[in-house]
Design a protein around this ligand. Structure first.
Ligand SMILES: [Zn+2]
Length: 108
């Protein structure tokens, strides 16, 4: 799965705050664990930052999950088989965000 494809997928969804569509350039791929991709999108209109997880499998309609809760992240983390390096990446990712997505969303 290529990042370009992931970004095109993301550009089909809208900002939950103002309804603006994301542009490809507004989307950052944070990383992925097999089929689970983590992305951040910065709304070009209202500058609200949004975290998105997408479960993407070949031949299936991608499942986008926004407004992740801590419990959901834990569920995904447990659902995927991780190497040590990937586990460290995910740990750092989760540590940085501290599971407090509402605070993250409120940052401008
Ligand atoms: Zn917006």
């Amino acid at each position: 799965m290529e990042e370009g494809l992931i970004k095109r997928l993301m550009s089909s969804i809208k900002c939950e705050v103002c309804g603006q569509r994301y542009e490809v350039d507004d989307i950052n791929v944070l990383g992925h664990q097999e089929d689970l991709w983590f992305l951040s999108a910065l709304c070009p209109a209202c500058h609200t930052r949004c975290l998105v997880a997408a479960v993407i499998r070949e031949g299936k309609v991608p499942e986008l999950i926004t407004d992740l809760s801590k419990a959901e992240l834990d569920r995904f983390r447990n659902a995927v088989q991780l190497t040590a390096d990937e586990m460290l990446d995910m740990h750092n990712f989760l540590k940085d965000f501290d599971g407090d997505f509402s605070r993250l969303f409120s940052q401008r």
